[in-house]
Design a protein around this ligand. Structure first.
Ligand code: SF4
Ligand code: SF4
Length: 440
């Protein structure tokens, strides 16, 4: 099996064995559900229910706030209890709709489509838009916008990000094991929009069983190919995946579409299947609860809006005191203050790591070993960029291509002096980008 990859990157401890063999378990929440109105990049959604209204599972509760936005649907039946700011995983307070769950899970009823090949491109895009689909791998970019590039005839590759390169996460893996037909049909629906494109499923070789099963399932699909990838972080980074699968390169000033590519992750493509074939909006997702502090690490199919606290309880609580709670993977996720935050369309994991797993080494002086340079998938000099950030030297930071950083954290991981390189670079990037926005 020839394995494609990109230059640079690191290979952290995988931690996937904790949850990868456990089948997805349906989880029906008991408590209130919280739906932040900003679960995507773009304008926040606008509530279209009032306090006191009764709602059904699958009922729209917020309209998209613009073209680059997405509607939100209730994942349970119940009563709108409040519309007020609530704290989310990033620590921000976000205006949210709170639904008192009646525990009955009465559905609105969904109208699917038995033959999607008869749908026009406009119908497909409209259904994807109406279903509230956004990049469910964490990016949150509305999918109908991504699938409407300026020059659709220039799109040559639809790449499914099946890499799941972040340590510990196994929700995409379980979906590929348990719902491969939905992934393949979802890909075929997207390919229908781009008649000249080929579908590539980029999968890391630590999921060799999935590479085999999907290759067999795609044997009669001339437009879909499985691309085995070397297991290496950040293989699932958009630029790295495009480079590994097609050899093409993009930078921060380009969109994947500029290189003839569109990238969507597994959960997003399955959401496209659900929207078109089953007529179901985004109300559920597969979610990993794992880490060495968790009693029973596993994957759940959750109702979006469920509290992380309930998910933790469903996984048996803590087996040992966590030192660090993370929403998402350990490389790019957010540190959580506590588990009293809701799940959203874009949050796919809760990670609880004990002191044994969290590196506690003191930061020491740079020894100029160059390991950060070797690890950087964007060919940057992270140690130098971090110094520019420390000294507030925006000019040099830009001159040395600091804005090309994809914030993957590989440099910090590789650094023997435990320098918080990615954090420093990220901070400087944020400042410069904010300055640029102000000037516009
Ligand atoms: S400089 Fe940025 S892109 Fe390069 S390794 Fe560090 S975080 Fe990743
Ligand atoms: S990896 Fe760390 S110690 Fe080595 S050159 Fe980079 S910043 Fe310095």
């Amino acid at each position: 099996m020839s394995l494609k990859t990109f230059k640079g990157g690191v290979h952290p401890y995988e931690g996937k064995e904790l949850s990868k063999m456990k089948p997805i378990k349906e989880l029906k929440p008991q408590g209130d559900l919280v739906f932040p109105l900003s679960q995507h990049i773009g304008a926040p959604a606008t509530a279209c229910v009032n306090v006191g209204d009764t709602v059904l599972r699958g009922q729209k509760i917020a309209e998209a706030g613009g073209f680059v936005s997405a509607p939100i649907y209730s994942s349970v039946s119940g009563t709108v209890k409040a519309i007020e700011p609530r704290r989310v995983a990033t620590g921000d307070m976000v205006n949210s709709i709170i639904i008192e769950n009646d525990g009955a899970f009465i559905e609105k009823g969904f109208e699917g489509c038995s033959d999607y090949t008869k749908l026009s491109n406009e119908d497909i895009i409209k259904k994807i838009q109406e279903a509230g689909i956004v990049g469910m791998g964490g990016a949150g970019f509305p999918t109908h916008v991504k699938l409407s590039p300026n020059n659709p005839e220039n799109i040559e590759f639809i790449i499914a990000n099946c890499a799941e390169c972040e340590p510990y996460l196994t929700s995409d893996y379980r979906s590929m094991v348990e719902e491969p037909d939905k992934l393949i049909t979802g890909m075929k629906i997207i390919l229908q929009l781009f008649p000249k494109a080929k579908g590539l499923l980029g999968i890391e070789d630590n999921k060799s069983d999935v590479i085999e099963s999907l290759t067999a399932l795609c044997a009669d699909e001339p437009r879909i190919e499985v691309v085995p990838l070397l297991t290496k972080y950040p293989q699932g980074g958009e630029r790295q995946l495009i480079n590994a699968c097609t050899g093409r390169e993009i930078n921060s000033k380009m969109l994947p579409a500029d290189a003839g590519c569109i990238v969507d992750n597994v959960a997003t493509i399955i959401a496209v299947y659900n929207a078109i074939v089953e007529g179901k909006p985004v109300i559920d997702r597969v979610f990993t609860v794992t880490g060495d502090s968790i009693m029973e690490p596993r994957n759940f199919r959750i109702c979006i809006g469920t509290s992380c606290k309930e998910l933790l309880e469903a996984a048996g609580g803590y087996v040992k005191e966590p030192k660090k709670l993370i929403s998402g993977g350990p490389m790019m996720g957010f540190a959580l203050l506590d588990v009293d935050v809701p799940t959203t369309k874009t949050t796919g994991a809760l990670l609880a790591l004990s002191e044994d797993e969290v590196s506690m080494f003191e930061t020491t002086a740079c020894i100029n070993c160059g390991r950060c340079v070797e690890a950087c998938p964007e060919n940057l000099i992270p140690g130098r960029l971090a110094k520019f950030s420390e000294h507030g030297d925006k000019e040099k930071f830009e001159k040395w291509y600091g804005l090309e950083c994809i914030e993957c954290g590989s440099c910090s991981f590789a650094c023997p002096a435990r320098q918080p390189l990615a954090q420093q670079i990220k901070t400087m990037k944020k400042t410069i980008l904010a300055d640029k926005r102000k000037k516009k």
